[in-house]
Design a protein around this ligand. Structure first.
Ligand code: PMP
Length: 413
């Protein structure tokens, strides 16, 4: 017998690695024991259209999907996906830099370049990875990333993955951004990270003023347009287009999981050295590329979004009408007017938020429930995201459902 095979003494078990989650487990059990349903465990049993699904056996209006332009059931988008599935198979089984770049990935990048009018476009497997990749790669040890305190988790995680020094400024506060930039060494590399629309409250960034401040301090600028693509600006490029700062923004990050209606992420840029990122960006290199059906649906959708003026106008009409309707009912909203396609209804605490969420679901309306850490500290809210496919009649029904649920839960009088 090989002495190496002899039984080794078994060490006592180390600390329970799950112990740190005990408070969360207890909080969740306490909540569910009151009879409420799990707001984070919902299943769409059947999806009928961009605005309707069967949930718990009941036909439900969807008002929490980010499917802003209703592209998920577009017949051309679906046909493109089916054809790619037939022609190229179900997946690439490889990284973009090895066997994972098909004709469709290139075509998708061409569609993005056309949509944004840029020289370069790089498609990632998700928007999360696009932010992870850009933040961790572009700024190094001696550099600074200056970001809004309410930035999306993918931006924060990208910062944690990289080596740059992180400076946060108060949400949407131009003066605080200027103050913090002024304290940094003049010669240091600087990247200011902004979002066109902030998804928790649905407010938009004062991009013109912020980009002006960033440029005054010699910083590069990235704008995440995840929630602005499709319906802001003359071409639907996002808030940065509407703010007329296109020529001063070095990078735009986006996702296919919202207005485009599928999954995937991207960065577009005019920077002459941009293509080197394909070699050094780990979340691009060390993961499999998107399936051919996904890039085909994305490319088709992006090309259709270039000519979606009617949908854009209808989406804005829906958003303004819902904001006004909820305000008139007496709900507390995060923004004084509809600034985007997200309307956030602020509530007092977690219990009220869950009760209101459940009352809406029982009435046949699905909205997102959001709580810290996704939201700013102490903020509990129900987030409504409008879709260009919501009909006038549906928006009317939605307002009525809010009225009923609000009165039943005592949120409004
Ligand atoms: N950026 C922002 C601002 C987002 O809200 C999200 C997703 N909610 C992402 C990036 C990540 O997008 P994806 O779903 O494609 O990973």
């Amino acid at each position: 017998m090989d002495p190496a095979d002899e039984a080794q003494p078994v060490a006592a078990p180390g600390r329970d690695l799950f112990a740190k989650f005990d408070p969360l487990i207890a909080e969740r059990e306490a909540l569910l024991s009151t009879g409420v349903r799990d707001p984070f465990g919902l299943v769409m049993e059947k999806v009928l259209s961009p605005t309707r699904a069967i949930i718990r056996g009941k036909e439900t209006i969807l008002l929490g999907t980010y499917n802003y332009m209703g592209m998920t059931f577009d017949p051309d988008v679906i046909a493109a996906g089916k054809k790619a599935l037939d022609d190229y198979g179900s997946g690439t089984t490889g990284s973009r830099v090895l066997n994972g770049t098909y004709q469709g990935h290139r075509e998708c990048e061409e569609a993005l370049k056309e949509f944004y009018g840029t020289d370069h476009a790089m498609v990632f497997s998700t928007g999360y990875q696009a932010n992870l990749g850009l933040m961790s790669t572009i700024a190094g040890k001696e550099d600074y990333i200056i970001l809004d305190a309410d930035s999306h988790a993918s931006i924060y995680d990208g910062c944690f993955l990289g080596d740059a020094q992180i400076v946060r400024f108060r949400h949407n506060n131009v003066d605080d951004l200027a103050r913090r930039l002024a304290r940094l060494p003049a010669e240091a590399g600087k990247l200011v990270v902004l979002e066109g629309v902030y998804s928790m409250l649905g407010d938009i960034a004062p991009l013109k003023a912020m980009v002006e401040v960033a440029k005054r301090h010699g910083a590069m600028v990235v704008v995440d347009e995840a929630h602005g693509m499709g319906f802001f600006g003359a071409h639907g490029r996002g808030v940065f287009e509407e703010a007329e700062v296109e020529d001063q923004v070095e990078f735009v990050v986006g996702t296919f999981s919202k207005s485009v209606g599928t999954v995937g992420g991207f960065v577009v840029s005019n920077h002459p050295k941009f293509e080197v990122l394909r070699l050094v960006c780990r979340p691009y290199v060390f993961t499999a590329s998107l399936p051919p059906s996904v890039v085909a649906t994305a490319a088709t959708s992006i090309r259709k979004l270039m000519h979606a003026e009617e949908k854009r106008a209808h989406l804005w009409k829906n958003s303004r009408r819902l904001h006004l309707g909820l305000r008139e009912l007496g709900f507390t909203l995060a923004t004084p007017e509809a600034q985007s396609a997200i309307i956030a209804v602020l509530l007092a605490d977690q219990e009220t938020t869950v009760r209101m969420w459940q009352a809406l679901l029982e009435a046949g309306l699905y909205v997102n429930m959001a709580r810290p850490p996704a939201t700013p500290t102490g903020t509990f809210l129900l987030r409504c995201s409008l879709c260009a496919s919501h009909t006038d009649e549906e928006v009317g029904q939605i307002i009525e459902m809010f009225a009923g649920a609000g009165r039943a839960t005592g949120v409004i009088g």
